[in-house]
Design a binder for this molecule. Structure first.
Ligand code: AMP
Ligand code: MG
Length: 416
């Protein structure tokens, strides 16, 4: 990848990605309010308090294998050992006796280790003859046991507050016998599209109109995050209509997200209105696509004014809004930005000074991962997002990419 020596975002009065992210995230703290919900309903929700293990998991030392529970001290070092089988231990049906000298108990996976025994010999290596079992040499004391508390220790933090519950967390909570979890209330997000030319689906397009797609991308992205949605439709570029929409949204929502109307040509009256309603900064971001963006507060709500172009909406959402919403939802720590190197299967020239987010498709190449560009890269070409499975992130100082160069990719997997 070719790099320019100068032309940083700062020197051109644009805000860099890292500065913008920091400016957004630093000022946000989690919403208050939580509720207790049944384990299943905790899926996708954020724990409001630590989940403490009420007892050990597993509760007892148990066998990791089907085999024979024995006493290590009985096993001869250099010859096969013959032991008397005195009973069987099943999972959920323990052997109630004590394993004495020269004795063994047939044991199944998950069964409690009988008193006296300290080692499990797998059935594949043992030879059984009637009520005796022959154990070869080479066994290690304590082998094939799962120790009590090895998964979760009694009194310990099984899951920390701030954890977002996925399938593993639901199972883990259930494994502790806990039926309900304390989770933060869902984040309430109001969103609308702006623009006189924006038409809602369900009616024919007038001359010069385009169908509203941003509200649908945002619906998808916000639903994935488990937000409570307030879809406010399309608002025309009229100051009174916009002001009413902003006031309305800020009244009930924690977050207001809009698209369109923040570029230089349109922003003036929005700027004045925002100054009346709250405190909002209009940024020129050093990114492509998605240069203009507004961020601030109106009333009690956090505002993100995203650009209008459909790809720019998705790029700014996933680079800035997504993690901000996680932080407001109480997710802690925030997941690290998932970026990894891949070999470029394309060539490209680029102006220095902006971080560029291309839409890419990952391919498994021999010994490496390679990435090709997914379709036309215009900021309005939504099909490139649909074809893509990752962003290719080119830093500000990059000026060209040649086939074979190493570039950083941010996979969509787990993000969208
Ligand atoms: P703006 O930032 O309002 O100047 O919009 C930039 C471009 O994005 C224009 O071509 C708009 O028509 C288009 N656009 C804005 N909002 C939407 C929307 N909700 N759905 C689809 N295209 C949009
Ligand atoms: Mg517009």
């Amino acid at each position: 990848m070719t790099q320019a020596s100068s032309g940083s975002a700062d020197s051109r009065n644009f805000l860099g990605v890292a500065e913008a992210r920091a400016a957004i995230l630093d000022g946000l703290s989690p919403i208050s309010g939580w509720e207790r919900v049944a384990v299943r309903a905790a899926l996708g929700r954020v724990l409001a308090e630590d989940v403490i293990a009420p007892y050990n998991v597993p509760a007892h030392d148990n066998s990791a294998m089907d085999g024979y529970a024995v006493r290590a001290q009985d096993l001869a070092a250099s010859t096969e050992t013959s032991l008397a089988i005195v009973g069987t231990a099943f999972a959920g049906r323990p052997f109630s006796g004590i394993v004495g000298a020269g004795q063994a108990v047939r044991i199944m996976t998950g069964a409690s280790i009988p008193q006296g025994a300290d080692t499990v010999v797998v059935q594949e290596v043992a030879r059984r003859e009637h009520d005796r079992v022959f154990i070869p040499t080479g066994q290690k004391k304590g082998q094939n046991l799962r120790r009590a508390g090895e998964d979760l220790a009694q009194g310990g933090v099984a899951l920390a507050a701030g954890t977002r519950c996925g399938p593993a967390e639901l199972g883990l909570i259930a494994s502790l016998g806990i039926a309900e979890a304390a989770v933060r209330r869902p984040l309430r997000v109001a969103f609308f599209s702006t623009g006189d030319e924006i038409a809602s689906i369900g009616r024919p397009l007038g001359p010069g109109e385009v169908y509203d797609s941003n509200r649908y991308t945002l619906f998808g992205a916000l639903s994935r995050l488990g937000c409570e949605l307030l879809d406010m439709g399309v608002v025309p570029d009229r100051p009174e209509a916009l002001e009413a929409a902003f006031r309305d949204a800020a009244l009930t929502a924690d977050v207001v997200i809009t698209s369109g109307g923040v570029s230089v040509g349109e922003a003036d009256f929005i700027r004045q209105m925002m100054a009346r309603l709250g405190e909002v900064a209009f940024w020129k971001l050093a990114i492509k696509p998605g240069r203009p963006m507004a961020f601030g507060r109106i009333g009690g709500a956090v505002l993100f004014g995203l650009p209008g172009n459909p790809v720019a909406v998705m790029v700014t959402f996933y680079q800035f809004v997504h993690d901000a919403l996680l932080k407001l939802m109480g997710v802690s720590p925030l997941p690290p930005a998932e970026r990894f190197p891949a070999r470029a299967d394309f060539s490209l020239r680029k102006q220095p000074g902006r971080t560029e987010y291309l839409r890419g498709r990952l391919q498994r190449a021999p010994g490496a991962l390679s990435v090709a560009l997914a379709g036309a890269q215009g900021s309005g070409v939504l099909s490139s997002m649909s074809e893509a499975d990752c962003f290719v992130v080119l830093p500000e100082d990059c000026t060209a990419v040649q086939p074979g160069d190493t570039v950083l990719v941010q996979p969509f997997h787990g993000l969208m």
